[in-house]
Design a binder for this molecule. Sequence first.
Ligand SMILES: O=C(O)CCC(=O)C(=O)O
Length: 286
Amino acid sequence: MGKNLTPEQTNAYEEQGYLLPLDLFSLQEAFDYRQEIENLETQYRNGVGEYPLNQFFRINGQIVIPLLAQIAQTPKLLDAVEDILGPDLLVWSCELFIKEAGTEKTVSWHQDLTYWGMGETDDEVTAWIAFSDVSKAAGCMRFIPGSHKQRIVPHHDTFNEDNLLSRGQEVAVEVNEDDAVYDELRPGQMSLHHGRLFHASGPNKSDDRRIGMAIRFVTPGVEHNSENKDFGMLVRGADKGGNWINVAPPGQLFGTHELSLYDEILAKQSSTLTAGAEQTVGLYTK
Ligand SMILES: O=C(O)CCC(=O)C(=O)O
């Protein structure tokens, strides 16, 4: 027995490349977190400095928003991730994927690790937490079971403006939609998915916003394939590897130190995350 997952669940993750649904927060806790997220939207509707708020919601939110760093350190969540990745855990990025009610925003079929500069590692997992009702109608994610067992396949950039991904990237191979499993989650539930799993999501045809938070976990052993080391927030165990620059959780919401660290990280990640793109990758270009 693991700390949170059963051996059947860890085996299922290895075989299928995902686990769903897992109970994390109560409905009330999920509602409270949603309110805190929506309060930030109200408070920072004009952005922060030269950035729109969405910049911090979409990448590296854990650097400047204590709430996101706090959610990423929830012991029950870390127990589940530890059962997959082992006792030493870093958070690489916290990201909010919000689809307004009745909008066409989608996510194309892709494998997360394609542009992250971490190679094809098995030591990365995403926890995706629902803070609204994430039904099929609301545009939940869908997964192709077992697709993580292949290598990273070629992707092409679409830069489609309705695509929530940084470059609208999608796999350049056939995907059989009939094989897809829908990641329907009630508020407070989460799924876990492997960095090479084929996944996508459809438009939000429901009458509520669809709010999800993706937390990218890696182990300290994951190596970056450029000379720039990447940044990770140690959330469990120890990082003795020297592959990562460790960053502390933010002390202050959008503090001066936090914002300058955010800029430093963005500048260092930019060359990896925009490599090969023929248009500007907005989220990674200041
Ligand atoms: O929220 C979505 O619809 C997609 C999120 C995603 O692709 C991810 O978390 O890796």
